[in-house]
Design a protein around this ligand. Sequence first.
Ligand code: SF4
Length: 372
Amino acid sequence: MSPSHVSSLRVPQRPIPAAMPAPRCASCHEARAALRRPSSGQALCGACFCSTFEAEVLHTVLAGHLLPPGAVVAVGASGGKDSTVLAHVLRALAPRLDISLHLVAVDEGIGGYRDAALAAVQRQAARWELPLTIVAYADLFGGWTMDAVARSTAGTGRSRSCCTFCGVLRRRALEEGARLVGATHIVTGHNADDMAETVLMNFLRGDVGRLARGGGLGSPGEGGALPRCRPLQFASQKEVVLYAHFRRLDYFSEECVYAPEAFRGHARDLLKLLETARPSVVLDLVHSAERLSLAPAARPPPPGTCSRCGALASHALCQACALLDGLNRGRPRLAIGKGRRGLDEEGAPPARPQGGDGGQEGVPASAPIPTF
Ligand code: SF4
């Protein structure tokens, strides 16, 4: 891997003009401020910003009762900025939370992309002395890699939806990896921007079931699945990048080769447009989804179990088994999470793409650092 693939102090900082001295940090009142928080406009030095960021993640975990004392936590690690920041913050908080961490990385089998990302995860595990387990699609799913899926779907009209396949398989792979290491909980690095994009996509698809299910801080572990949570759910992407910058974290920032075709990109563009008119729109959308409740008639039926693997399923087969079934028969299917058509038919709208840190398709590298 070329060192240029790795973002370490990737974000250039403009020098502070001599005519405009930065104000004192609003927290310690000693150091010069290095940034204004995008969320509040508060001027902070790098050290105080990082402490505040960590305190806010701690509050999210404690207030949401996300990780009980004694939890063995599998951190979905992709090498990207979100999971890198999440692992770093949780490692700092682990003694206070009384939890232990285990990095679990998923090798989707994407040539020219995932190998370099996994190398970043391996460096993190070595530097932070955290155990690391890598699970591969090829081993878990009868030889299927994402590259093989992409080849199989090419020309079928499904080739633009690699992230849909990948998201379903990644969720399963992370669950398998977490069980393998004896984890009691799974955490993923979704940030507020990821969550807002997901809310927007579900609205645009009319997927009320996912809207209703996706609003909390995670899932409690229905049907024997491990509980999952997203401790960075209220942290904006800009602040995640700032934290990585000031903590000098080494992360991978290349975009996955399949990401440009994902529907999520349209939601991201729309969100950026909306932000210019209403800067709080990201957190507004996250909180909207939290408070959303469906009329009884619109609620999806309670899930059952997959007849093949025993995982949680809304239909005879769970999403992963249905996708693999279609791939093995040369008829890739994509219908996910859309009423009763579900996975039993082909041609229904695709599901929320997931990826990168378990829910975002290769979010591009760092956003600009605001400076004085
Ligand atoms: Fe998978 Fe993410 Fe790549 Fe999509 S962008 S194919 S979800 S790794």
